[in-house]
Design a protein around this ligand. Structure first.
Ligand code: SAM
Length: 278
């Protein structure tokens, strides 16, 4: 039996059944799709790359505006119908059948001839790995528009002092401007997820504005500081820096990670990496 029916007019229709293990919650609400495409505001001369095009809910309206699009999809059952739907729409879809985590965005940008704009209603089980993967290639990316669980977007955009401020907030804000855009209720998807979703825009800071000198050390410090968020910096960072480093970064050893602004972590990483070289 055919696993799909290709119908470009019905973006909910390729698969008989969505695959939970691939985080398949397909967008079906026209109004939300239009809002996302409006927020993206795609232009014909841009290199737009969609992660997880699924049944084309975003792909086909973007293609209509740009005439061409690159998309990365892991589910082989979606490749043929999506290709057919794109052909029927008259657009040029460059469909890459691969796990997005195996795609080198820098290389892709080179191949396409310029920085890319990433868009995707992401598989929620892979949101953090995809975000960190994209961060590693931030120099090759103009901006990103991602649909994620609302709770994840709140963590990404949180400021110090907030209950949800954590590793994700610090790591993303050190490299990107994070702007939540649209809240999306479960009913906008088929099947409906259990939680609210939200669309967020990430714009990587220009390289000269990124203050992180030693990325690996910065990541280690942030991870250790939030591993047990009730611990003081003095206790949580014992292995990585001493009280003198903490004070030299303008912080206090008795502070907890959730009280430290992004700039404080950046200063601490640079202070402690200078000391480790002595
Ligand atoms: N963009 C479509 C929409 O909005 O209706 C589908 C979104 S659905 C939440 C996530 C999509 O990501 C699915 O099509 C799924 O097959 C795909 N996907 C899951 N894991 C993937 C991976 N590792 N690499 C690329 N695509 C993946």
């Amino acid at each position: 039996m055919n696993a799909y029916h290709a119908n470009p007019r019905d973006p909910s229709g390729f698969l008989k059944q969505a695959k939970k293990q691939l985080g398949q919650n397909f967008l079906r609400e026209r109004g939300i799709i239009e809002k996302i495409v409006l927020a993206l505001s795609p232009k014909a001369d841009e290199h737009i790359v969609e992660i997880g095009p699924g049944q084309g809910a975003l792909t086909l309206p973007i293609l209509q505006k740009t005439g061409k699009l690159t998309a990365i999809e892991f589910d082989r059952d979606l490749i043929a119908p999506l290709t057919q739907a794109a052909e029927a729409s008259g657009g040029e879809l460059n469909l890459i059948h691969r796990d997005v985590l195996q795609v080198d965005f820098s290389q892709l940008a080179n191949t396409l001839g310029g920085k890319i704009r990433l868009i995707g209603n992401l598989p929620y089980n892979l949101s953090s790995p995809i975000l960190f993967h994209a961060l590693a290639h931030a120099h090759a990316i103009c901006d990103m528009h991602f649909m994620l669980q609302k709770e994840v977007v709140e963590r990404m955009a949180a400021a110090e002092g907030s209950k949800v401020y954590g590793r994700l907030s610090v790591m993303l804000q050190a490299y990107c401007q994070v702007t939540p855009l649209i809240t999306v209720p479960p009913g906008a998807f088929r099947p409906a997820p259990k939680v609210d979703s939200a669309v967020v825009r990430l714009v990587p800071h220009p390289p000269e504005a990124i203050q992180v000198a030693d990325r690996a050390r910065f990541a280690d410090i942030v991870r250790a500081a939030f591993a047990q968020r009730r611990k003081t910096l003095h206790n949580a960072l014992r292995e990585l820096c001493d009280d003198a480093d903490i004070r030299a970064a303008g912080l206090e050893p008795q502070m907890r990670a959730e009280q430290v602004p992004v700039a404080g972590f950046i200063a601490l990483a640079s202070q402690s990496s200078q000391n480790s070289l002595r």
